[in-house]
Design a protein around this ligand. Structure first.
Ligand code: IMP
Length: 427
């Protein structure tokens, strides 16, 4: 398998958890490189369902080394909740490693996230309110606290300074109550000793593993359109889910990445606010939501649903340098006829093929569609491309043609084994 960066190419929720879990079987190490517990990965193993927010999906295999890289923001309460929940279900987490350089989410980050959303009012982003944005803001402002700081003797002093500043911000700017230093200190001091055994220089571990020829899977959270630079700014998250984020967030160079696998749903979904050209606000959108169980893993919010948008995926192909696509949830489209694929937009009478940076342009874009007749046969048991119904194959081929990226994997159900392998590249 060599090394694979797995990235979402839409607005997140593409089903990356299942694909990561599927590929993790072939990897030695699985690395999360950005985001935090705003992510939610659902993985079904046998009859059991697992919901992970912070832990890499590879954690469900006993023999994989799982790394939480420096680009991740860690809420220790959530990390230990997940560790405990998995331990109770019989998993061992001896192979979990946490970067000493990863930044921490503190209670004031969650308060600031909520306060800032309130301030934005009708223009709110629809964040997960997990403190992600404020934690990354602190990182960029050089006022953040890292895992290594939590373990150092300077922690009480660093925390006191941070709490003092954030409490002023909360009260003077937002009119909110702040946090109590003693409470936060006691809580985080408790985490420090529990975290210590997992903490290391994960970039060093990775470089040694790569030198030994180990297979590494870099697991992205969120998606390209939520990327701080390449997404639908400001309706984005505060990290870099794109392939470039792997280098920064895992501490490896660009030459360490052999393949970039973009995960796209066979249709499109979005949670939170912001324009969505192929959105289906009516009955069909609701039907797809129900069938695809399109409700957020983290917040339970209903996801907005729409047709597959090749303009978006072409944009993602370019900014990520995609080598292959994985198409998920093809089974959800069974019985939908005709199917529509968006190949471009009409803007002020002109056809445009590239994804616009301006949200006001995007809001005025009318999607241009090609239609494909649907199929009614159950595809959930299909394991070979040639066994798919003719129109399902045409749908996949059309996506390859419109995006310029070969489809390597196709998901046809929630289970690990419900996957069609078109290219043996990852096997
Ligand atoms: P934040 O990451 O909580 O700051 O939220 C910023 C935007 O990213 C909001 O629109 C969220 O709904 C969206 N978002 C964050 N994480 C995910 C995810 O894992 N899947 C889908 N959307 C997400």
């Amino acid at each position: 398998m060599a090394t694979v960066a797995l990235v979402g190419v839409q607005w997140g929720d593409e089903g990356k958890g299942k694909v990561t879990d599927f590929l993790a079987a072939r990897a030695d190490l699985v690395v999360r490189y950005q985001g935090g517990n705003n992510a939610g990965h659902t993985v079904v193993v046998g009859e059991e369902e697992f919901r992970l927010h912070l832990l890499p999906s590879g954690i469900l295999y006993p023999d994989k080394t799982c790394i939480i890289g420096n680009g991740v923001v860690i809420d220790p309460a959530v990390l230990f909740e997940e560790i405990e929940a998995l331990t109770r279900r019989g998993f061992t987490l001896a192979r979990l490693l946490v970067s000493e350089r990863a930044h921490l989410i503190l209670p004031y980050h969650r308060l600031l996230d909520a306060a800032e959303e309130e301030r934005r009012g009708r223009g709110q982003i629809g964040t997960t309110r997990r403190g992600i944005g404020p934690a990354y803001t602190d990182k960029a402002a050089r006022t953040g606290l890292r895992v290594i700081d939590l373990l150092s003797e300077d922690f009480p002093h660093l925390l006191a300074e941070a709490v003092d500043y954030k409490n002023q911000l909360l009260s003077k700017v937002y009119g909110k109550e702040g946090v109590k230093y003693e409470e936060v200190y006691r809580e985080y001091q408790g985490y420090a000793e529990r975290l210590r055994p997992y903490v290391t220089d994960t970039s060093l571990v990775l470089s040694q593993s790569l030198a030994e020829g180990r297979h590494v899977l870099f697991e992205g959270a969120q998606g390209t359109l939520l990327d701080l630079d390449h997404g639908t700014y400001p309706f984005v998250t505060s990290s870099y889910p794109t392939a470039g984020g792997v280098c920064i967030g895992a501490g490896v160079g660009p030459r360490a990445i052999d393949y970039v696998l973009g995960v796209a749903k066979a249709y499109t979904t979005r949670v939170g606010e912001g324009p969505f050209p192929t959105e289906l606000p009516g009955e069909l959108g609701r039907e797809i939501r129900e069938r695809g169980r399109e409700f957020g893993t983290t917040t339970g919010r209903p996801r907005r649903c729409g047709w597959f948008d090749a303009v978006i995926v072409r944009h993602a192909a370019r900014v990520n340098g995609l080598s292959h696509l994985c198409l998920t949830k093809l089974d959800v489209l069974t019985g939908v006829a005709p199917l529509k694929l968006c190949y471009g937009y009409r803007y002020r009478g002109e056809e445009i093929r590239e994804f616009p940076a301006s949200l006001s342009v995007l809001r005025s874009c009318q999607p241009l569609y090609e239609e494909i007749p649907g199929w009614t046969e159950d595809v959930s048991q299909v394991r070979r491309l040639e066994d798919l119904p003719y129109n399902a194959r045409r749908y996949v081929e059309k996506i390859e043609e419109l995006t310029g990226v070969p489809v390597a994997l196709i998901g046809v159900g929630v289970r690990r084994e419900q996957m069609i392998i078109c290219h043996s590249l990852f096997s």
